[in-house]
Write a protein that binds this ligand. Structure first.
Ligand code: ZN
Length: 261
């Protein structure tokens, strides 16, 4: 199946235009998930995921995001990145869109997780997307942000060749097992075929600073980015994947990234 074969990696390169300005990042604790707000030195903003769908609970999620935006001086979301269509990531987007302007929506394209709940949250999300601009990312794409460069690799229908030539062999590929659905914490294989496996992975660079946020990418999918060569390199900061679950964060990724080492 083409859709489950690949995951998207978005590379976010923010150029340092002014020494006086900083790249600011806010990790917002939303119910069961996180929302990640980036404010570039150009003043443009990017929010990655937005919490769970409409409910009293989500009201609080949206409040928290709006509060963080206020603290950051952000009056609109220039890029709303939906890493994938699980409810705890995309579900809060309509509620947020009712509270503040969202200019451009970025996602991986078609939903691969066909169940009633996911289909509903994607329908609600797409109704909001229809009112704004929409970018579907795939490998090698660049997301145009003023004074910044954003590009993707690893995504659906992607061409890994250029990055592959540049990468170093990753010895952890041989020592990290491919996991099957029969193992504890279960359903690795199932995880590899759902929306988590489609997650947009965000690599943020600013000067020499590098950060990777794999969203909910799953254990076996890590291999596509890091084997046989490490296409990402090392990072200063690693955001734990998939809520820290055991179905993600494989050694071949985490140790190859050498976060903060
Ligand atoms: Zn999640």
């Amino acid at each position: 199946m083409r859709f489950v074969r690949i995951a998207a990696v978005v590379l976010l390169m923010v150029s340092a235009l002014s020494a006086a300005k900083t790249l600011d990042m806010y990790m917002i604790d939303v119910e069961g998930s996180k929302a990640f707000l980036l404010v570039s030195p150009s003043g443009q903003s990017m929010l990655i995921d937005a919490g769970i769908p409409g409910s009293e609970q989500n009201g609080r999620d949206t409040d928290r995001i709006v509060e963080a935006c206020k603290a950051a001086g952000v009056k609109q979301i220039d890029y709303m990145v939906v890493t994938h269509y699980d409810g705890d990531h995309v579900g809060g987007v309509p509620a947020l869109a009712a509270r503040m302007p969202i200019v451009t929506f970025v996602d991986h394209g078609e939903n691969v997780q066909i169940n009633d709940f996911t289909v509903k949250v994607v329908k609600d999300y797409m109704a909001v997307v229809a009112k704004g601009k929409h970018i579907v990312v795939k490998a090698g794409d660049k997301i145009p942000i003023k004074a910044s460069t954003h590009s993707c690799y690893g995504g659906r229908e992607g061409d890994h060749d250029a990055a592959e030539r540049a990468g170093q062999p990753n010895p952890l590929c041989d020592t990290t097992p491919v996991r099957s659905g029969a193992e504890r914490a279960g359903s690795h294989r199932q995880q590899d075929a759902n929306e988590n496996a489609m997650a947009i992975v965000l690599l943020v660079t600013y000067g020499k600073f590098r950060m990777l946020d794999p969203a909910d990418l799953t254990w076996n999918k890590d291999r596509e980015m890091f084997c046989p060569v490490n296409r990402i390199g090392t990072v200063d900061l690693y955001m734990t994947a998939n809520h820290g679950m055991e179905v993600a964060n494989s050694p071949l990724m985490v140790h190859a990234l050498q976060p903060g080492w």
